[in-house]
Structures are given as structure tokens and as C-alpha cells.
Design a protein. Structure first.
Length: 135
């Protein structure tokens, strides 16, 4: 489902966050879905710098130049109003989504996102080294 405005995205993020919190979802796929919605919402708040405007990727979401010319603080505040997520958690879910896009089989690993978080750096290296399997 695609959302075009901030209000509907925030409502969907709240619902998805409630499901994740209530069910203690053990599959990364649920987190990928939340990350996609957060990524879509953050894109509505972001302006692209000259370098990122040339690309058609999601790299601008983590670009320091784009963040400095955008209203990212407002994005985090709006998300925190509807669900109990810290800035680091929001960024983590966006990272999980980006990994799910890059490595589609990653979405099906049977680990809770909270169990994966402390090891994410090593896990990303492992995904990259075995990218033929995870793609």
C-alpha cells in the first residue's frame, strides 16, 4: 500500500508499531514494513542536496547535507507523537528496510529485530559477502 500524505502515513506507522509492540514480532518482515513506512514519511520531509538530486537512490535519507537543509527534526517529533520510538529506533527500522530492499531473503530470517540490533554491523558484512544467496 502506498501512502501519499503525512497524516495517513503517521496513522499506518502507529498501527504497525502497535502490532510490533503487542505481538513481539519475531520476523524481520514486520520491521521491514514499518521501516518502509518510516522511509516514505521521512522522504516527505527531506529536500535533496545537489549531489543527491542527481541520484535515484535512497542515499539522500542519510546524507548529512540533505539533512541540514531539511526539516528532519520535525519528522522525528511527528513520529514520536504517534508511537513510542526513539530517534535511534526510527533510524534502525529505516536501515532494516533498506537491507530488506537490497537483500530480499533477509526479510525472512527468524530473528526478532531487537536480537539482531547489537550485531547489525557484522550481519551487514555477512550479507554483503554472501549477496548472491541473499539477493
Amino acid at each position: 500500500v502506498e501512502y501519499s500524505d503525512k497524516r495517513s502515513l503517521l496513522a499506518a506507522i502507529k498501527a504497525c508499531s502497535n502490532v510490533l509492540n503487542a505481538s513481539y514480532c519475531k520476523v524481520i518482515m514486520c520491521s521491514v514494513k514499518l521501516g518502509k513506512m518510516l522511509c516514505s514519511l521521512k522522504a516527505l520531509y527531506m529536500k535533496r542536496c545537489e549531489e543527491c538530486a542527481k541520484e535515484r537512490s535512497l542515499n539522500y535519507l542519510s546524507c548529512k547535507r540533505c539533512s541540514s537543509i531539511s526539516n528532519v527534526k520535525s519528522f522525528f517529533e511527528d513520529v514520536q507523537k504517534v508511537c513510542d520510538l526513539k530517534n535511534s529506533q526510527i533510524n534502525y527500522y529505516i536501515r532494516i528496510y533498506r537491507l530488506g530492499e537490497q537483500y530480499p531473503k533477509f526479510q525472512y530470517i527468524p530473528y526478532a529485530p531487537s536480537a539482531l540490533k547489537p550485531h547489525i554491523g557484522g550481519f551487514v558484512k555477512k550479507l554483503a559477502s554472501d549477496k548472491d544467496f541473499w539477493a
